[in-house]
Design a protein around this ligand. Structure first.
Ligand code: UDH
Ligand code: MN
Length: 280
């Protein structure tokens, strides 16, 4: 424990003065530099006047979405600071041209973050989703939390009851209990539904905040090259329960290409290898 933690009182569970705000999405952002003095290298920040109750790693799967990332960072640093979060931002970039594997990148982000700092909460978020209300707490809860439950692009409704994509929050304990994500989802879709199955199999349930509070912007975009729909996902989801203890954090292997400390984030570029031969 350092000097500062000894002296400062705990931050309140719910900071005061939270409510709706306007997400900045205009083109100007591209040229704007975030004026933020409370940011040492790596995109790590903590409240000045109190000790945060959680240490939060925010993990973003990434490849070739520079503009979305700029807009996300521009909005999310002030957002997280308003919530008095102690947080670090990890952008995990898939190296190479192979099929995108969102879930494996998120496992890599967890592993790298946990080795770097004493994080006890992990928020896995797409680069193109930005909350519209400061009451949408980027925090962990008693159960894994689904946070992208009120997106503007779906008219602020859930597409189906068990949807678990976009933004989710897991305490370290909860994430270890499900052995992280599956590493076997190459291409778009299904890895989030599979994670939902893991949560249920592990005897947990998911939480959501009210849809009024969790309103968020999700940018419209076309499908990325290299992230075509995964034809194997339905078969994989069906066997989630039997695979979960051998496919995930405990079977994760990867090669770090680089770890770069930018001012607003830590970028981890990683070679995640080739798809496995068999699917289960
Ligand atoms: N991602 C990248 N690069 C890629 C692919 C995905 O960074 O090439 C990341 C990024 O963080 C993204 C997330 O993975 O937010 C999820 O991928 P997505 O945004 O493509 O997923 P979404 O469900 O896509 O939003 C729907 C496909 C678009 C179909 C459009 C038809 N109208
Ligand atoms: Mn998207």
């Amino acid at each position: 424990m350092d000097q500062k933690q000894l002296q400062l009182p705990d931050c309140p569970a719910l900071p005061s003065d939270l409510g709706p705000y306007n997400v900045e999405v205009n083109e100007i952002i591209e040229k704007k530099v975030i004026q933020n003095t409370n940011l040492p290298l790596g995109g790590h920040s903590e409240p000045e006047n109190c000790t945060a109750l959680q240490k939060i790693a925010i993990v973003i799967p990434f490849r070739n979405r520079e503009l979305h990332l700029k807009v996300w960072l521009h909005n999310m640093h002030p957002f997280l600071q308003k919530q008095q979060a102690d947080y670090g931002i990890y952008v995990v970039e898939q190296y190479g041209e192979l099929k995108f594997n969102r879930a494996k990148l998120l496992n890599v982000g967890y592993s790298e973050a946990v080795n770097e700092y004493d994080y006890n909460c992990f928020i896995f978020t797409d680069v193109d989703i930005i909350p519209m209300d400061h009451r949408n707490l980027y925090r962990c809860s008693q159960n894994p939390k689904h946070m992208a439950n009120s997106l503007d692009k779906f008219n602020f409704r859930l597409r189906y009851k068990t949807v678990f994509g976009g933004v989710v929050a897991f305490s370290k304990e909860q994430f270890l209990k499900v052995n992280g994500f599956s590493n076997m989802f190459w291409g778009w879709g299904g890895e989030d539904d599979e994670l939902y199955q893991r949560v249920i199999t592990a005897g947990m349930k998911i939480e959501r905040q009210s849809q009024n509070i969790s309103k968020a912007k999700a940018f419209l975009h076309s499908r990325d090259k290299g992230n075509e729909q995964n034809p194997k996902s339905i078969r994989l989801i069906k066997k989630a329960a039997i695979r979960m203890h051998r496919d995930g954090l405990n079977s994760l292997n990867y090669t770090i290409i680089s770890v770069t400390k930018h001012r607003l984030y830590t970028k981890v570029t990683v070679d995640i290898g080739l798809p496995e031969e068999s699917i289960d």
